[in-house]
Each structure stands twice: as C-alpha cells, then as structure tokens.
Design a protein around this ligand. Structure first.
Ligand code: SAM
Length: 249
C-alpha cells in the first residue's frame, strides 16, 4: 500500500452499487473515474454506463484490469498532469490527498453530475455557508459553481485498509442559475480574498486594481465584510463589477 496515493479500497459492495445509483447511470453516459484502483467501482460503472475513462496513476493497478472490459479505457497517468477526457458524469472514490485539486479542476469543466467519495470533513467544508466553521475558498468556489450535497456518510470500515478519517459520498450538480462571470476573474478574486482573509473585502478589491470610484458603486456593507462573511454569489457579483479593471492590468 502506498499511503501517499490514498490507496484505501472500497470493499463494501452495497456502497459501490449505491455510488452508481447516486449518479443515475444509463447506457448513454460517458463516465470519468479518477483513481480506479483495483477496478471494483469501475466494474459497476462499466456494467451500467456506456463508456468509462478510468485514470489510475499506479501502473501495477492500472495493468491489473487493462483490457478487462470492452467499454473501459484505462489511462495510466497522474490525474493532475493530464487533461480530463470529455465525459458527462464523474464518479470516483477520490484519492483524498488530491481531492481539492481535482475538485477545482472539475468545476470549470462541463458535466451533468459528479458523485465523489471524499473525506467527510472535506465535504462539510464544501457545503459550509458564510459564518460556519470551515467556510473558505473551497466553499465559496464550490457554492458558486454547484449545488453540493452529502448523500451518504461512510464508515471507515467500508475500506481496506481502513483510513484514519470518516468518509462521505458527495454529489455535485452544476448550478443552472449561476451568475455569468469570467471564471478566471472570479477565481482570482476568491484567491485574493482568502489570501488576505483578515482584511476587509475592500482591501482585496483595491489590491486587484479596483478604483475608488468603482468601490463607491458597491454597497458599503459588502466592502466592510471579511471574506468568510461573503456569499459565493456576492463574490461573483463583485468579480463582475471590477472585471473590466482587472482586464486592464
Ligand atoms: N476506485 C478504487 C476503490 O473505490 O476502491 C480505489 C480508490 S482509492 C481511494 C484511490 C485511487 O487513486 C488509488 O488506486 C490510487 O492509486 C489512485 N491515485 C492516487 N493518486 C492518483 C493520481 N494523482 N492520479 C490518478 N490516480 C491516483
């Protein structure tokens, strides 16, 4: 077992079936699975969906079920180093040490639904609202892009070897009602806000190049808040308001 690769395999087959249920799979689906491991989840995905791309960094594991299913392409590579193939659904038992990097990459891609096993505490941070413990950059970004829900809490005993933390199955659905904003500018703003989390929103906007005149057009209550008191859509609105200025920088 290579600990740094998060190789805790799901051995409770009822849970594996339910993961597939939560993604409403059908034969038209093209699935992306990140970290296919021994192929236990991949097998169910292959049975229920049309096609599965399974990315696995461990060459021994990837070889283990290469060519085992007609409708599975095993991609022997590091999921953080390659472009994700086009898919309409993402279903994975994520390697926990890279969960946030994977989520950030997924959010800006088109997909219908993502069902992801991840650390419970990490999922709770994604769902946190302003004022809650754990609300931060991840919550703001996920809250802007998606509706997130924990569909099941999973005990450590469902895995072999048992991880040191509780897990949960998270479902993400892209928001249809989200404010259209230049995504890069929104992500820049969020990074700046939480890079200066002790400072008021106004300071971050100024450091991003917003002029005093621009700030006068923004509700002063928003400007006086700290980043962890700002809702995702309020941050998206701010990104829109100052975006022309960021473009010029
Ligand atoms: N899908 C299997 C299951 O449900 O039992 C394995 C899940 S295990 C939690 C995570 C898997 O991700 C491991 O097989 C590990 O080798 C793989 N992995 C870790 N880091 C990875 C990376 N950067 N890119 C692709 N796969 C990775």
């Amino acid at each position: 077992m290579m600990k740094r690769r998060g190789q805790n395999f799901l051995v409770d087959y009822a849970i594996i079936e339910r993961i597939a249920d939560y993604a409403y799979l059908n034969k038209r689906d093209i699935i992306l699975e990140i970290g296919s491991g021994t192929g236990n989840l991949t097998k169910i995905l292959a049975e229920r969906a049309g096609f599965v791309y399974a990315i696995e960094v461990d060459p021994v594991l990837a070889e283990g079920f290469q060519n085992k299913f007609d409708n599975v392409k095993v991609i022997k590579n590091d999921a953080l180093k390659i472009d994700f193939p086009d898919c309409n659904k993402v279903v994975s038992n994520l390697p926990y040490q890279i969960s946030s990097k994977i989520i950030y990459r997924l959010l800006t891609k088109p997909f219908e639904v993502a069902v992801l096993m991840c650390q419970l505490e990490f999922a709770q941070r994604m769902l946190a609202n302003p004022g809650n413990a754990g609300y931060g950059r991840l919550s703001m970004i996920v809250g802007y892009f998606c509706i997130a829900e924990i569909v099941e809490i999973v005990s450590r005993s469902a895995f072999k070897p048992m991880p040191g933390v509780e897990s949960s199955i998270l479902r993400l659905k892209p928001r249809k009602d989200r404010l259209k904003v230049n995504e890069l500018q929104f992500l820049n703003l969020v990074e700046k806000l939480f890079g200066n989390r002790r400072k008021k929103v106004k300071r971050s906007l100024l450091s991003l190049g917003a002029s005093r005149e621009m700030l006068e057009k923004i509700d002063s209550d928003l400007l006086e808040r700290r980043p962890e008191e700002l809702w995702p859509d309020e941050a998206a609105n701010l990104a829109c308001l100052i975006s022309s200025r960021i473009d010029q920088k």
